[in-house]
Design a protein around this ligand. Sequence first.
Ligand code: R5P
Length: 301
Amino acid sequence: MSERFLIVGPASQLLGVKIANGLRIPCINTEFKTFPDGENYLRLNLEDETILEGKEIIIVQSTGPSANRDQNARVFELFMMIDAVKRIGARKIIVIVPYLAYARQDKIFRPGESEFAKVILQIINSMNIDEFYVVDIHAPKTLEELSCKAVNIDSMKLLADYIKSLGAKDIVVVSPDKGALERSKAFARHFGEKIPVDVFEKKRDVKTGEITMSGELSLEEKDVVIADDIIATGGTMASAIKLSKESGAKKIYAVATHALLLENAKFRILNAGADEIIGTDSIDNEASKVSLAKIIIDYLE
Ligand code: R5P
């Protein structure tokens, strides 16, 4: 009987199975639904709970929204999985949440707001797990809410390797705003020491969410990689692509660890002039071209 099991959350079925296969451990999926009153339901898909007693359990569940489930459901499913394995009596609980919902609500922009990113982590912390892994969290400082081992996995090398494999040449990494600049600089180093990094000026109206972006860069005949942590509605990315095109960019790769691609994001990004949208399988959709499985396995082996 295995000493380790992996619970594949409903939102991370491909990634979860890849990790379990890489670790050569059994995986268990879940049964989940929404009741007519809107409440979520989840059970681990097993008949004999005792197989998990005293075992090390790895839970993999991203919490991004998808066509048939919103992020609140994904977060509740995560809590239910943790609670189930605790109740059964797991010896060690390792929780992997590649994309953490609400992570962008890490600070106060307007009076009266909640720092809800911290609340999500405080709830997880109260469940007394042993280890927590997330990928490129929006504000790494929020992980300080956890008293267990907490790791922010960096996906940038994987994304850079993928872009290199496409044959990109004369690369410039463009950061869509100052907030993403440090990340873009770190990202650029994976392409080579002398890869230039440029930045646009982005302003977001805190009431309407509307974006204005400005800047003029020298991108003639360059392959431009625009790197962000999240693509949600695609507004940020589309604005940066448009400005990059106007600045002479040849090819444009729209890259984000978490390509949620909500609403008209795909249209906005491609229509603005991007050649390709690239994300990881933290979000299971058509942009998830780079798998996080290997890097997560490396942490767990
Ligand atoms: C913001 O600080 C984030 O890093 C992303 O730039 C933002 O979440 C992207 O959102 P959207 O795609 O809706 O512009």
